[in-house]
Design a protein around this ligand. Structure first.
Ligand code: SF4
Length: 448
């Protein structure tokens, strides 16, 4: 008899394997108890059974498969996790009726699977908290963090020292959070990390479960699956590794916003090498040309550093020429400044402050012309925008609305200013006609 008609739902747990697997089991039990579940003494009294498997040697595999079979025949609702779960097909070919499979060290994913198949009990203290957690952004957009840390060693940056090496979140967990955010009202998801292109490298692209399918923890797969949600998907912190080419067709198909945030930081090969930037040897200009030939709407935003130690006048001129050819839409620029603990502090040939300042002004002026030209090309186009703010006068009259198009990320890019915004509300997606522009913003009228 199970507890369905009783009080809290009960979960059975079979824990096999080594001490590391035992720690995983402890985390699963802790999480379940914290969420209000109870632990069942046997399969018959459980509402669902989790089998934490071992795949170390053949005998351990056989024991794990037998334990799964017992749980299926005595209970029927079975989730499998642990080392044997790293090769899902080893389990599903023998036991196709299991509800889900996760690999080792995935307590969070196990808890989410349990929540999915056995709804957690009502807790008045925490149930008002939305499933994807509390957000500090407006309801209509949300940041989706896919990993923490970074495996690179850019000399000006202390993030790897502060946050450690890359740790990617399992793709199933990221997709579940994305789905919940959309259910909670987000119309735009902004994918963030330190290095989005490297997503999954640390886990060797470990497969995870999403909607009953196996998917690898990889940037392209993530973009493809996010593209199925009813929301704008915007990719930030993308390094131009070769596999980024495969994401561009998703942008051309309208699955993912045709927007790439690529922090180039410089263009001169010598400066990039001196910075130790990832993908420094890629021929980015050629890549950008190819991307635009596949997806002409593509908007690229980037940041640059001028005055990095050793940057010569020739390096700087190279950068300006590169900008002419790259024709980036949205660009930010910083003057190099030393960060405590960064390796770049020890480099010779610092650039004097007045030279940094002068290069920064020249850079900004140069890029401004390019950005304006790119905005001008959009005049007369009909575009969908997402409304962020509506300005209202003291008498309650709507003055104008501030929205963003596919080419504008919140906080860092420009806006679309809409006059005649009478019936427009924050969080709405509307169609507008682009009627004007200045150096950074577009002006538009609503289409009725
Ligand atoms: S700048 Fe970015 S890629 Fe380079 S080390 Fe820092 S976080 Fe990593």
């Amino acid at each position: 008899m199970n507890s369905t008609n009783n009080t809290s739902p009960a979960v059975g747990l079979v824990s096999l394997g080594c001490p590391k697997a035992l720690v995983d089991s402890e985390q699963i039990v802790t999480g379940l108890i914290q969420q209000g579940y109870t632990m069942a003494a046997d399969h018959a009294s459980a509402d669902l059974v989790v089998v934490n498997t071992c795949g170390f040697i053949d005998q351990a595999k056989a024991e794990s498969l037998e334990a799964i079979g017992d749980a299926l025949s005595e209970n029927g609702k079975v989730l499998v996790t642990g080392c044997l779960g790293a090769k899902t097909e080893d389990i599903t070919t023998i036991h196709p009726k299991v509800l889900g499979v996760t690999g080792p060290h995935q307590a969070d994913a196990v808890l989410q699977s349990v929540n999915q198949h056995l709804p957690r009990p009502h807790d008045p203290l925490v149930d008002l908290v939305p499933p994807a957690g509390l957000k500090l952004t407006p309801r209509h957009y949300a940041y989706l963090k896919i990993s923490e840390g970074c495996n690179h060693k850019c000399r000006f940056c202390i993030i790897p020292a502060m946050r450690g090496r890359l740790v990617s979140r399992p793709i199933g967990m990221v997709l579940r959070e994305a789905e919940q955010l959309v259910e909670q009202g987000a119309k735009e998801l902004l994918v963030i990390s330190q290095d989005t292109s490297a997503y999954g490298v640390d886990t060797r692209y470990q497969a995870d479960y999403w909607q009953g399918r196996q998917i690898e923890t990889r940037m392209l797969d993530l973009a493809r699956e996010l593209g199925e949600l009813d929301a704008w998907i915007r990719l930030h912190y993308v390094y131009p590794y070769p596999h980024v080419d495969h994401v561009i067709p998703l942008m051309a198909e309208g699955k993912v916003l045709p927007y790439l945030d690529i922090p180039f930081q410089h263009a001169s090969p010598d400066v990039l090498k001196n910075m130790r930037r990832p993908a420094a040897s890629e021929n980015t200009l050629e890549r950008i040309r190819q991307w635009r030939s596949i997806c002409p709407e593509l908007v690229i935003r980037s940041t640059f550093i001028v005055g990095y130690p050793g940057e010569t006048e020739a390096d700087f001129d190279y950068l300006l020429e590169w900008l002419d050819q790259a024709q980036l839409e949205r660009v930010g620029c910083f003057q190099y400044s030393a960060v405590e603990g960064a390796a770049a502090n020890a480099l010779p040939d610092p650039v004097p402050d007045e030279v940094k300042q002068e290069r920064w002004h020249r850079f900004m002026q140069h890029q401004q012309g390019i950005s304006e030209q790119r905005l001008r090309k959009r005049l007369g186009r009909i575009e969908t925008v997402l409304v962020d703010e509506v300005d209202v006068s003291a008498t309650g009259e709507t003055l104008q609305a501030r929205a963003r198009s596919y080419g504008d990320a919140p906080e860092i890019d420009g806006q679309v200013i809409i006059e005649d915004a009478d019936t427009i509300n924050v969080g709405q997606m509307i169609e507008v006609e682009i009627t004007g522009h200045d150096a950074y913003d577009l002006f538009a009228s609503p289409r009725n």
